[in-house]
Design a protein around this ligand. Structure first.
Ligand code: GAP
Length: 508
């Protein structure tokens, strides 16, 4: 992890926020490369998931919401983590996390009482000072706010999940979108949780980014999905509850998930789509991906079915949650109806329906971290982030071989030619060419274009592949298409131009 954090800071992916003032735990800023990568991830997510149905849309609700929203959602009562304090140094810690690091298994979902018993039984001490621990209690993670001044001050909270911004808008959107079901409303935005012990950089923060899609549907139609046939023979990678001990991942056809695991087709269809997003769009290796079925105790308080998407991360020692597929039933709309008095039931063709919700919930930051973890490689002479083409922060680096002989002017001319292409480009003319390649390897830039003396003679440039360090020569007028084909994985590197025989130079 230290290597990832080092490269994140050195190259400009992310770092702790307000660092010059010492920072606060759990808050991070995205720097220029991290921001570019995050935008790309969000656009891929947007295109893929909102593109799944013509009645899916994106909105941008406020993150500050009145107290009643969280009474209605159940967050004021249930959005709690078990906390335990050290009697000696006073440090608070997540009680389940202390047990997890002590016994090496997950204790998520256990009550404070159960955790207190376990801590006693195993005589677990404070990880910081080895002092004795108090009884475990609970801690609400919502961030409270006082909005306004004097008598008109109103109690509000920063939202703990983007989902609530969708539920409070359900009726207005349903009417504005011409009253059709299923209706999908997505939000890519901020969520806030006063985590007891934020840790692992952008994996567990107090302010973080979520991409969530809430699909409202008639519960009577849950056993069907009009496009289920397309995925019925697609294999899902699932670690069911019964394999908790062995950790074994079963490869199981979607139609068998329906018949054997008794999950409804509507739910399984979206599990398949989530897996395809990871394997096909983000190009996560199959062996590093799994759905983990959560037991009843582990499930979030609002979920009837709950499978987490997990990715195997070397730097965190195993599979970690990055997303979740949640069947929230009518939990939220019912709650908002009760507390607000506003009717959430809709009438479609004479039928009164209180919609159920299937939620696809992704943590953007954890996905960015996971991509960095999976792509990180250390070789003899270099460190490389081998990002998949669609998420590289910079598509191409452009360099003049030397800073003279009109090569910089030619390089800038080529940069201008590519400017309108939609490619993200980085121009660099400082330092040796070898150093410039190394910098781009650490930024994860897939391709580097070098303009040399031959360019002036035959209008060709060198294109270097980050992962193999192989080089080809490509004609300037074919450059844009060649780059786009290479980023899209539509062509083999050697076929995109004329291969150059490798030299044993350090600058490769
Ligand atoms: N709306 C449902 C919901 O919020 P969740 O499992 O609590 O469900 C969804 O969160 C995703 O948000 C998680 O899978 C994770 O990727 C991300 N996430 C949750 N808490 C986080 C935190 N403190 N820091 C960074 N990401 C977090």
């Amino acid at each position: 992890m230290a290597d990832i954090l080092d490269i994140a800071k050195r190259r400009g992916f992310f770092w702790q926020s307000s660092l010059i003032h010492g920072g606060i735990a759990g808050f991070y800023d995205y720097a220029h490369l991290g921001t570019a990568m995050k935008r790309k991830w969000e656009n891929l997510w947007r295109e893929f998931f909102i593109g799944l149905d013509e009645n899916f849309y994106e909105i941008e609700p406020s993150v500050v919401m009145p107290e009643n929203v969280f009474k209605a959602s159940g967050h004021l009562k249930h959005f709690v983590d078990p906390v335990v304090k050290c009697k000696k140094c006073g440090t608070p810690e997540r009680a389940d996390h202390i047990m997890e690091s002590f016994l090496g298994e997950s204790f998520e979902g256990l009550t404070a009482e159960e955790l207190t018993k376990l801590i006693k039984k195993h005589n677990v001490k404070c990880p910081k000072c080895k002092g004795s621990l108090e009884k475990a209690g609970v801690f609400n993670m919502l961030f409270p706010l006082n909005v306004g001044a004097g008598k008109s001050v109103a109690k509000a909270y920063l939202t703990g999940e983007t989902a609530q911004g969708v539920y409070v808008n359900f009726k207005l959107e349903f009417d504005a979108l011409r009253r059709k079901l299923p209706m999908g409303i997505a939000v890519i935005g901020k969520a806030f949780r006063n985590e007891i012990s934020p840790r692992n950089a952008i994996i567990r923060m107090r302010e973080f980014n979520q991409a969530e899609l809430q699909i409202f549907f008639d519960p009577d139609t849950i056993t069907e999905h009009p496009r289920f046939k397309e995925i019925q023979n697609y294999k899902l990678l699932i670690r069911p509850v019964k394999n908790k001990k062995s950790g074994k991942v079963n490869e199981i056809l979607c139609k068998d998930v329906v018949s054997k695991m008794k999950l409804p087709k509507f739910y399984v269809y979206y599990m398949a789509k989530a897996q395809q997003f990871y394997l096909d769009i983000l190009q996560i290796p199959k062996k590093k991906f799994r759905f983990r079925e959560l037991s009843e105790e582990e499930r979030a308080f609002y979920n009837k079915y709950h499978f987490d998407v997990e990715i195997d991360l070397d730097t965190l020692g195993g599979f970690r949650e990055v997303a979740g597929i949640h069947y929230r039933t009518d939990h939220d709309l019912k709650g908002h109806q009760e507390v607000s008095g506003e009717k959430m039931v809709v009438n479609l063709d004479g039928k009164n329906i209180l919609c159920h919700v299937l939620e696809l919930s992704f943590g953007v930051d954890r996905n960015i971290y996971a991509l960095m973890d999976i792509s990180f490689r250390e070789e003899k002479n270099r460190t490389v982030l081998s990002f998949p083409g669609p998420v590289t922060p910079i598509d191409v680096g452009i360099f003049p071989l030397v800073n003279k002989d009109r090569l910089p002017e030619k390089a800038l001319e080529i940069k201008n030619i590519l400017r309108g292409s939609g490619l993200s480009i980085f121009y660099d003319d400082s330092g040796s060419i070898g150093r410039r390649y190394r910098r781009m390897d650490e930024a994860g830039t897939g391709l580097c274009i070098t303009i040399d003396h031959q360019t002036l003679k035959d209008k060709t440039v060198t294109v270097r592949d980050r992962d193999t360090m192989k080089q080809i020569r490509v004609k300037i007028d074919k450059l844009e298409k060649a780059i786009k084909d290479l980023i899209g994985n539509d062509i083999k590197f050697e076929k995109a131009g004329k291969p150059i025989k490798p030299k044993t130079s350090k600058a490769s």
